[in-house]
Ligand binder design. Structure first.
Ligand code: HAM
Length: 554
């Protein structure tokens, strides 16, 4: 008999269960409502995309792309994949003709099937594949000559040939590499290009909700499948803007940035998320007189203190000095505080844009804190970057991150386009709301989660009563009330106990008397009072009743 296996959710993933999912739904409904008032429409991009899209947009050197993506080749040529694995792992022995024969047969079979798959276009026709195929054929010719016994001084040649064959086999791409999306900005830009959204009325304002995937070390507030609520504003760039036009464009961009930030803050306010803090920065643009100049200056300053830095920061001096500013290491903090600041190295336009963003936030009454170390971990940002932290989250306290990314659409092969957006970590947002509700027992979310509780529990007794109970349930549900109708009759005492456990607000008691008289018994479970109500008035009475029960956590 097969061994019984208890399956569990994969590390870093989890089931979201009721009643918590009600809070998720409320959060999502509020996002749709608030974002709708700012003119945003929903986009639902696919969950997987070409790996290359994320590599180009987010950056090949970033942690997200280099270590955290779930990627796999998109093909169903498992037979070929199996043969390739055999070739890659084989260690044929030149002194043993049988072993050489096995290897040669496997290789020839692989080459034959590969040729078939290529002619039926089942594998991508890339120059790498052409090259790999040629090398495999050449390798096959060479290795066959070892089927006759050789002088031992040729053994080195044999191993070398096997090595070349294995390299060539590894080079063959059986399918395109795809990845589960680690974020959605790249997908939105891809969709903007694919659907010619530059022809739509500008700017195009889109929001999305859904799961993202990153292979990070799981901890509180950090998961491998997590959920984001994000929004992006994309706008065709006006050609040849100089002088006054360019200056007006900068002002307009700054107003858009501030409005996007205002929208997130309004959303958080609407949810009554306590203790939020908005940090903002400008990281300039990628030019020698702006960010590139700063990065060189920073690198120089970091080299001077290299010996005092930890291993990660030392490596980043070469790969990405800006990321050193993200360091959380205690002993690096004082060193970092003394480094040159990007604000002193911005070009005129970026400085003007940043000043205007701050002015615009002021106009909108949004408090912010400037944080020159806020550089963010994705490559596509320019000018504005921002992050919002919330309470009750421990070290993973960033509940939202975003920024401007002019040029990203162009980098992905589209027209010159400006962009700004953000993504909220929904798991963290919900966690923070739950923490807040714990502090204030009767807080917004304490009550909100009650909304899922049962409005009416129908306690029915007697076979003849069942039909009336079913009709009553249909009528109450038709009026939008939440109703529990037990599948079997229950003694009234047991039924009331069950109603209580479910946190029901009312029990509708139906016995033979009630059915006969048409006067039903409605019991308020909060205070135990009960009354007889005409069948036609039950919906009205339940809706009028304001009694709320606290629903015990299952
Ligand atoms: P991000 O900073 O990588 O930005 O992610 C945004 C938010 O997603 C974070 O602040 C955090 O709340 C949440 N988050 C990220 N990783 C995890 C995780 N492993 N577990 C739980 N929550 C997580 C972006 O993704 C950009 N696409 C934001 C953006 C949109 N920028 C412009 N437009």
């Amino acid at each position: 008999m097969a061994e019984k296996k208890r399956f569990q959710a994969i590390k870093g993933t989890r089931d979201l269960l009721p009643p918590e999912t009600e809070l998720w739904n409320r959060v999502e409904a509020t996002a749709r409502e608030v974002f709708g008032t700012y003119g945003f429409g929903e986009i639902r991009p696919p969950i997987f995309e070409p790996t290359e899209l994320f590599a180009r947009a987010v950056g090949g050197e970033t942690d997200i792309v280099s270590k955290e993506m779930y990627s796999f080749p998109d093909h169903s040529l498992w037979d070929l994949e199996g043969q390739r694995t055999y070739i890659l792992l084989a260690r044929p022995d030149a002194g043993n003709p049988n072993s050489v024969q096995l290897f040669v047969s496997a290789l020839d079979k692989f080459i034959d099937q590969l040729a078939n798959a290529a002619s039926s276009r089942e594998i991508p026709a890339t120059s790498d594949n052409d090259r790999g195929f040629e090398r495999l054929r050449a390798g096959s010719d060479r290795i066959s000559s070892f089927l006759v016994p050789h002088a031992t001084n040729l053994l080195d040649q044999f191993d070398l040939t096997v090595g070349h064959i294995q390299q060539a086999a590894a080079l063959i791409k059986l399918g395109d590499l795809v990845s589960l999306r680690p974020e959605a900005t790249a997908s939105v830009c891809r969709a903007y290009i694919e659907h010619n959204m530059n022809q739509w009325p500008q700017p195009v304002k889109l929001y999305y909700l859904g799961p993202m995937f990153r292979r990070e070390r799981p901890q509180k507030g950090r998961y491998r499948q997590f959920y984001q609520i994000g929004a992006e504003v994309l706008e065709r760039e006006v050609a040849g803007g100089e002088g006054r036009v360019a200056s007006k464009e900068l002002e307009k961009d700054a107003a858009v940035d501030a409005e996007v930030i205002e929208m997130v803050m309004t959303f958080f306010d609407r949810l009554k998320l306590p203790g939020t803090q908005l940090d903002i920065n400008s990281i300039g643009h990628n030019a020698p007189e702006c960010r590139r100049g700063y990065v060189e200056k920073l690198r120089g300053a970091l080299l001077e203190v290299k010996e005092q830095l930890g291993e990660d920061s030392r490596r980043r001096i070469e790969t990405n000095p800006l990321r050193v500013l993200d360091s959380k290491l205690e002993h690096e903090q004082a060193i970092i505080a003394a480094l040159p600041k990007i604000g002193d190295c911005l070009c005129d336009d970026c400085a003007k844009h940043y000043a205007e963003v701050k002015r615009q936030l002021g106009l909108r009454g949004i408090p912010y804190k400037e944080n020159w170390r806020l550089v963010r971990g994705l490559d596509y940002y320019m000018r504005t970057t921002f992050e919002i932290t919330a309470k009750g989250l421990g070290s993973q306290n960033a509940v939202c991150g975003g920024g401007r990314y002019d040029g990203l659409v162009e980098l992905l092969g589209g027209p010159a386009t400006k962009g700004i957006g953000f993504a909220i970590g929904e798991d963290r947002l919900v966690l923070s709301l739950q923490e807040a509700a714990k502090e204030v027992a009767s807080g917004e979310w304490g009550v909100a989660s009650e909304k899922g509780a049962c409005d009416v529990y129908i306690a029915w007794m007697g076979q003849k009563t069942q039909e009336t109970a079913i009709k009553a349930a249909q009528m109450l549900r038709g009026a939008g009330l939440r109703v529990e109708l037990p599948a079997m009759e229950q003694k009234f005492g047991k039924a009331l106990g069950q109603a209580d456990r479910l946190g029901a607000r009312h029990a509708l008691i139906l016995g033979e008397d009630e059915v006969a008289s048409g006067l039903w018994t409605l019991k308020k479970l909060a205070d135990g009072t009960q009354e007889k109500v005409a069948a036609g008035d039950v919906v009205k009475r339940v809706k009028e009743s304001k009694s709320l029960r606290v629903r015990p956590h299952p």
